[in-house]
Structures are given as structure tokens and as C-alpha cells.
Design a protein around this ligand. Structure first.
Ligand code: FMN
Length: 426
């Protein structure tokens, strides 16, 4: 093997011409509306479960410091509700001025490790928990939520205006807290997705019916955010390619949805999939950890429901590498703004190919939960693929004190500490 040292690479690597060209692209810097990112890999929003009482904890800050130190170009603080009534769990942050100093601590910490920081802004809509928000959840249309065992009420025009303003103000506070970008959650069956999806939107007014009407609320939100954050602050949008439900959003309409987001002023799109209240493991693929979900469940009714009907309530979909590539390509070809690939990007070759195809960045979730140093290890040539086995027990862990790789912890327990090994002289 002939060794070459590429800019940004610390180790000797194989130097076939193709590999040089591609690796250089994945690990060279990229630009998002003037925001310079050190490489093309962004940690996706993976709910941390580390914000007890809705606060920014030291554990949350350390979690993102680790991801930043592990080489990601930008880390995304997951699901932050734009208002108190957009929460599904007690341990979800909602944006308010009192937490700006603590959020600033988080962004400073991430910046000190050389990465940028983004925050995912959303609202659960009909998936919000009545117990947590202490009132009836709101949604595009009145709908029963099996996971919450409650109905929501249909949003009025005043509610819509209030939420549009909540998104704008939340983004302004994020910018004030030192974030480099915001990511609007318009997928996974959350409030914006509930307006976009024909499965949840049955309105007869100008916010329901055609794609144009179903996009009106999300479009108003993007425009309001822009008004608050100005022209030079990146607005990313995580949207659905499809909901994974027969009557839900399909890829053909999602292409139109993408164009509306582009026209509204979004700076980048992240095409994901799935509907949390219906097909929660579509966006992940792999094993459904029912046993762990049951044991971490505090709500007695949900515990009983999951024990008895979990296998029917939560569909298992096998994991494939790059499982969202086909739809993501269709969206990329339909818009001129950058498209960020997400979903099963676990091998170096796949990631290089995705960037060479024209995706501007890659978002990565579980590979960095499995090993926060994964990006550095890829860059240094220590590994070429993540060894995450998609057991998805990290998803159950986030409800039991904070997300971590359960397999990794088990491996640590099985590996004896050399200091603990005692040699007998007999
Ligand atoms: C533990 C965990 C929590 C997640 N929480 C969120 C979330 O809060 N918001 C979101 O948009 N996606 C969430 N996701 C989905 C990921 O961002 C990503 O879309 C998905 O894991 C597919 O990417 P991957 O194959 O690289 O893991 C979560 C995923 C995991 C594993």
C-alpha cells in the first residue's frame, strides 16, 4: 500500500485515485448559507431524554460535547417544543427566555470542540400529552391518538396564528442562545406533518384540502421564522418523504411539499419518513425493543397496552443501508436548495457515494449514539462502517434517564478491566 496524507486526514490511507477524490469531499468543509461546516457529517436530532422538567442539564451539554468532540461538523439538539403545550414528555425542553443562558452554555461547549450547533424546533400537536401540557392537545383536525388515549381539538385560526408566532419567537431565542441554525420539524407526524398529511388533515378551510392549502401553515411558519432570524441564518426543514400509512403522505406529494418549503425560504431539506403516533419505527428501521419499552413505561395503561398489543401497535420494518435514498433522490432532483441525506448512512463507501451524488450533507443518528467518536474514526481510517446493530434499545433508553448505546454498555460490562485481573501465585 502506498501512503498519502490528505488534508484533514491524520492517518495513512489507501490511495486509489477514486478514494482520494471521494474521501476528500466527505471530509472537506461544506457551506450552508454562509455557515462553514468542517465536514459533511451532521448528527441528526435524536431525542436525548436528558431534560428533566424541560431544563437544559449538564448531562445534555456533555452529550453534545461528546458528539462534537467525536468529529461531527454540527450536532442537533433534538426535539425542543416551541411552546409548553407542544410536549409529549415531561423531559422535553420548551423554548423560553429563562433557558437561553443554559442553551448558550451548550452552544459554547459545542463550539469549543470545533463543531456547529443546531436545534430542532417542533410541536407535537395531537401527539402531545394531556397529562404533561395540562390541557387538551391541538391538531390539524380532531383525532384520536392511540398512544395517548386522548382526542385533540381542531386548531382555530387564532391557534394557528399563535403557533406561527411561537415558531418565530423560538427561532429568535435559539439564535440568541448561540445556535448556528434551526431545524424545523415538519416530519414524523408532529404538528406541521399533521397539517401536511391527508391522514390527519381533514379541514375544510384554507388550511386543508389541496397540497397548497395543507402547506399554508408550514409555509407561514418558515416565513415568520425568517422574519425573526434574518436572511443569513440557516433554516433547515426535516420533512417526510412518506408517512408509512395508506392514507398518509406519499412521495409524489412530498416532492410538491419540498418545493413549497423551498419557495417559503427554507435553506435545506432533510427528507425522512414515518408517523410517530402510527408508524414510529419507520424512520429508524430494525428491531422494535418492545420488552425495554414496556419496562421503561411509567404510565400504567400504556404499560398494559404495550405488553398486550405492542407487536400490533408498533410495526417492525427491516433495516437497510441508505433506506431513504430513493425518495431523497427524487426530492433532491426537484429542488435547487441543498438536500441533506438521512437514514442508514453507516458505511464510508455509501457516504462518499451519497455526497458524490450531490447531497450537500449527511445526517447520522444511531452510528454516533453507538460511538460518539465514529466520525473521527472514519476520517482517520480506523473504521469503515458503524457496528450499530439497529437493536434500537437506545430508543427505549431515552425514556429511562437518557439515550445511550445499550449494546455498548453491555460490552463494557463483559470486558474485564485489566486492573481488576488478579494473578494467583499458587
Ligand atoms: C434514540 C433516537 C431518538 C430519536 N429522536 C428523534 C427526534 O427527537 N427527532 C427526530 O427528528 N428524529 C429522531 N430520531 C430519528 C433520527 O434523527 C434519524 O432520523 C433516524 O435514526 C435515522 O437515521 P440513522 O439511520 O442514521 O439512525 C431519533 C432516533 C433515535 C435512534
Amino acid at each position: 500500500m502506498v501512503c498519502v496524507y490528505l488534508p484533514g486526514r491524520d492517518k495513512c490511507i489507501d490511495n486509489s485515485f477514486n478514494k482520494m477524490k471521494k474521501s476528500h469531499s466527505l471530509f472537506s468543509s461544506g457551506n450552508l448559507l454562509g455557515l462553514e461546516l468542517r465536514n459533511k457529517i451532521i448528527r441528526s436530532g435524536c431525542f436525548e431524554g436528558m431534560s428533566q422538567g424541560g431544563d437544559v442539564t449538564d448531562k445534555l451539554i456533555e452529550h453534545h460535547r461528546e458528539v462534537a468532540a467525536g468529529g461531527a461538523a454540527m450536532t442537533t439538539v433534538a426535539y425542543c417544543s416551541v411552546s409548553f403545550d407542544g410536549r409529549a414528555f415531561e423531559n422535553e425542553i420548551w423554548m423560553r427566555k429563562e433557558i437561553i443562558p443554559d442553551l448558550h452554555k451548550l452552544t459554547d461547549t459545542v463550539h469549543n470542540e470545533g463543531a456547529a450547533a443546531s436545534i430542532q424546533l417542533g410541536h407535537c400537536g395531537y401527539f402531545a400529552s394531556k397529562k404533561v401540557i395540562k390541557k387538551t392537545p391541538v391538531g390539524a383536525s380532531r383525532k384520536f391518538n392511540l398512544f395517548r388515549l386522548s382526542y385533540c381539538r381542531e386548531m382555530t385560526k387564532d391557534d394557528i396564528e399563535e403557533k406561527v408566532e411561537d415558531f418565530g419567537r423560538a427561532a429568535a431565542m435559539a439564535k440568541q442562545a448561540g445556535f448556528d441554525a434551526v431545524e424545523v420539524h415538519a416530519g414524523h407526524g408532529y404538528l406541521l406533518s399533521q397539517f401536511i398529511s391527508p391522514y390527519t388533515n381533514h379541514r375544510n378551510d384554507k388550511y386543508g384540502g389541496s397540497v397548497e392549502n395543507r402547506m399554508r401553515f408550514p409555509v407561514e411558519i418558515i416565513k415568520r421564522i425568517r422574519k425573526y432570524v434574518g436572511n443569513n441564518f440557516p433554516i433547515l426543514v426535516k420533512m417526510n418523504q412518506y408517512d408509512g400509512i395508506k392514507d398518509g403522505l406519499q412521495i409524489k406529494e412530498a416532492v410538491e411539499v419540498a418545493k413549497y418549503f423551498e419557495k417559503a425560504g427554507a435553506d435545506a431539506l432533510i427528507p425522512s419518513c414515518g408517523f410517530t403516533s402510527k408508524t414510529p419505527f419507520y424512520m429508524l428501521r430494525g428491531n422494535v425493543p418492545i420488552k425495554e419499552m414496556v419496562s421503561n413505561q411509567n404510565d400504567i395503561f400504556m404499560k398494559a397496552g404495550l405488553t398486550l398489543f405492542g407487536k400490533f401497535m408498533v410495526e417492525e420494518v427491516p433495516f437497510d443501508k441508505l433506506f431513504l435514498a430513493d425518495g431523497a433522490r427524487r426530492i433532491k432532483d426537484a429542488v435547487s436548495i441543498p438536500v441533506i441525506y438521512i437514514g442508514g448512512a453507516v458505511s464510508l463507501t455509501d457516504m462518499e457515494n451519497i455526497i458524490d451524488e450531490g447531497f450537500k450533507f449527511i445526517q447520522m443518528g444511531r452510528a454516533t449514539i453507538r460511538d460518539p467518536q465514529f466520525v473521527n474514526k472514519l476520517k482517520n481510517g480506523e473504521v469503515t462502517e458503524s457496528d450499530c446493530d439497529h437493536c434500537n434499545r437506545c430508543v427505549a433508553a431515552m425514556d429511562a434517564g437518557g439515550v445511550y448505546c445499550v449494546t455498548h454498555k453491555e460490552e463494557e460490562r463483559l470486558t474485564p478491566n485489566p486492573n481488576d485481573i488478579k494473578f494467583s501465585t499458587n
